[in-house]
Design a protein around this ligand. Structure first.
Ligand code: FE2
Ligand code: FE2
Length: 137
């Protein structure tokens, strides 16, 4: 099962292999989360999948932020804050079981998927364009 069609993969490509490869890995994590949530394989599965999504997202965000620093990307701080909103959403998701007012796991998973696609299309593409232009404005 995969959440992304080939044409969507093209749309989401930022044209920098390291970033595209890391995004592909994030979508693999999100696919696993969707599968786990939809098949209700039990809370333990979702907990493990969420932990690996969080770990991988943090690794990817640090690697993008290192690129931003080395290419003197002017939008580093707002971009870093966007990354934090994604990590915060994962942390909220992990606390869902304690909060009866919370969104459903399906809604949270859809939110994470939509957030990632929107962030790549806008913010990561802006970063990639800066890097491709040689950086260091
Ligand atoms: Fe990013
Ligand atoms: Fe990214």
């Amino acid at each position: 099962m995969t959440a992304l069609t080939d044409s969507l993969k093209d749309t989401l490509s930022v044209g920098i292999k390291q970033i595209d490869d890391e995004h592909a890995q994030l979508f693999v994590c999100l696919d696993r989360l969707m599968l786990s949530v939809n098949t209700r394989k039990g809370e333990r599965t979702s907990t493990e999948v969420l932990a690996s999504l969080q770990a991988y997202a943090e690794t990817h965000f640090r690697s993008e932020e290192a690129l931003m620093a080395s290419y003197a990307f002017p939008g580093l701080e707002p971009h870093r804050r966007e990354h934090q909103t994604f990590v915060d959403a994962i942390l909220r998701f992990q606390r869902l079981a304690d909060d009866p007012q919370a969104n459903t796991p399906q809604q949270m998973t859809a939110y994470l998927m939509q957030w990632l696609m929107a962030h790549i299309q806008r913010s990561d593409k802006a970063l990639a364009a800066h890097i491709r232009a040689g950086g260091g404005e």
